[in-house]
Design a protein around this ligand. Structure first.
Ligand SMILES: *Cc1c(COP(=O)(O)O)cnc(C)c1O
Length: 283
């Protein structure tokens, strides 16, 4: 899984004496990987490159690793990759990007955050086969030396059973489709994102074209009630609550795909708006 890929890289590669610089809103699997690592972890403020640079200057010693989500999974923010690459080069750090939400979505052909910014200087790409590819599994793409090292040292990779062939074949097929028709999928999903943002004014993500569409409700109870009302009306949408997101920022998180029809999107938007308007839980 993507979870195991993050844990597997971060627990195997950084050594005692090294320092991992990690964005404050990184995915839980990165946080857990940092905890399992023998390296020290320094958390920098979310996408704050001044804070990261200050911390890079402050810490000397072993090797430095910078780890970030490519697209942050709860807000849809896209990481400032060009600035991260500059800092990585200036301070001789290793840059890891978890592109679970970038693959299949960002970049002209859907290759992810690095393609979006035309950045080639990412050392380790981590991701999942379970989001845009619709299967299950995680991946790490890096130099041959790093991959070989991980094959021999990464405990989640070594000590857990590999994917069932059927699942691997599904992921491979999805990857081939993405490679062959990425540009048309990307165009489609952008249309769908724009459509949902137009139709549902309470969606707070007004950023680049990422299908992570949050509707903030504030309290956890409100998010749960809103989700239950939507489910009653025929729309399955999950409520995200602390500790997955910071206190007071509970939300519904909606995702659209290239495969939705406009009719499906219209029905989804109608339910979100109707149930949202009825709500006594609105703040
Ligand atoms: C979903 C997600 C993962 C975990 O991937 P799984 O394959 O579901 O384990 C890791 N990182 C990010 C940023 C994610 O959004």
């Amino acid at each position: 899984t993507g979870y195991m890929a993050n844990v597997g890289v971060l627990s195997a590669l950084p050594q005692a004496g090294d320092v991992i610089f990690s964005d404050a809103l990184n995915h839980a699997s990165i946080i857990d990987g940092c905890r399992m690592s023998r390296a020290r972890t320094v958390v920098y403020a979310h996408m704050d490159m001044d804070d990261l640079e200050k911390k890079l200057q402050h810490e000397s010693g072993g090797r430095r690793y910078i780890v970030t989500d490519g697209v942050f999974s709860m807000d849809g923010h896209v990481c400032p990759l060009p600035a991260l690459v500059r800092l990585k080069q200036t301070y001789g750090a290793v840059l890891l990007v978890d592109d679970a939400h970038g693959l299949g979505v960002l970049g002209k052909s859907g290759r992810g955050t690095a393609e979006h910014f035309a950045c080639r200087d990412v050392d380790i790409h981590i991701g999942t086969l379970s989001k845009s590819l619709g299967a299950l599994g995680g991946y790490v793409a890096a130099s041959e030396a790093i991959c070989r090292y991980l094959q021999n040292e990464s405990r989640p990779f070594i000590f857990s059973t590999a994917l069932p062939p059927a699942v691997a074949a599904a992921a491979l097929t999805a990857l081939r489709l993405l490679r062959a028709q990425g540009a048309s999928y990307v165009a489609q999903i952008r249309d769908h994102i724009a459509y949902m943002c137009r139709q549902v004014p309470t969606i707070s993500q007004r950023q680049p074209p990422v299908p992570v569409l949050p509707i903030l409700t504030g309290s956890s109870a409100a998010a749960m009630q809103y989700a239950a009302a939507c489910a009653e009306a025929g729309l399955l949408v999950s409520a995200v609550r602390p500790p997955t997101v910071p206190e007071g920022t509970a939300r519904l998180r909606i995702t659209v795909t290239a495969g939705h029809t406009l009719d499906e999107l219209r029905r989804g938007a109608d339910i979100l708006n109707e149930q949202g308007e009825k709500a006594t839980w609105k703040q």
